[in-house]
Design a protein around this ligand. Sequence first.
Ligand code: SAM
Length: 292
Amino acid sequence: MDLCNPRTVKNLMETFGLRFRKEFGQNFLTDPNVIDEIAEAAYPTEDCTILEIGPGIGTLTRELCARYRRVTALEIDRGLLPVLSYTLNDFHNVQVVNEDVMKTDLAALLAPAFAEGGVSVCANLPYYITTPILMKLLECGLPFRHITIMIQSEVADRLTAGAGTAAYGAITAVLNYYGTAERLFTVTADRFLPPPKVNSAVVRITLHREKPYRPKDEAVFFRTVRAAFEQRRKTLPNALAAGFSDLTKEQCTAAVTALGLAPDVRGERLDTATFALLSDRLAEELSKIEKD
Ligand code: SAM
């Protein structure tokens, strides 16, 4: 069964009475080399479980099943389940779950897999919901080894941007808190059926086993990053004062300059380590207010 042949894909969809559902971001990969490379990048050893989000008609899933011990695939579109039973029929190491990844209790679903060994995520993500899915995977606290995802090329640029560049944003600083992202390769729109409007890229995130940054208060750290980028054009003290209504502009300026930063610096120049230090200063100021 050649699921990379566009005619086979169209025939399958017709046979099962299905259409490509735009609202679920259904752009299916049709390049065998790309599928091979994503599957290969997912994990350094084969003895592990892969969580796939959005198996579609099973093109990447088949390659993952052939390589790894077990695959758990979460698919929102109930209509695709009969297709998946057909295309994955010759594999006995796959579990397809008909759920929305945003509503799934990942810890419960993957508990047996974590008990057995390493777990990684591998997915050609639906573009309408890339960032919420990525944030859920990072924030859920599960010790995934890698998260290897196909995403819009522009989002890949943001995830891998350096501090001070135009593409650097809150998501970059937050992502670097959880792990390190590397852009592996670009995939042009003509490698999908139907082709999306933009090119894509594969990014692999390697989660930190031990977090290198340890802000005293994680919630204040995330608040600091969010505030710094919400008012991107403002100087950092002004942006912080807008985001922390309980602090004065003077307190925010003092927190910034105490780190040796100029008072007119913008948030986009700060790397994750500096955001962590800054959030410690702000947390101190906030705790003084609580004590008063
Ligand atoms: N993995 C297939 C491939 O590479 O050809 C399909 C990828 S397609 C870009 C995205 C897939 O994610 C679709 O099958 C879509 O139905 C599924 N999907 C969309 N939103 C989802 C969600 N919230 N939870 C789980 N699956 C979702």
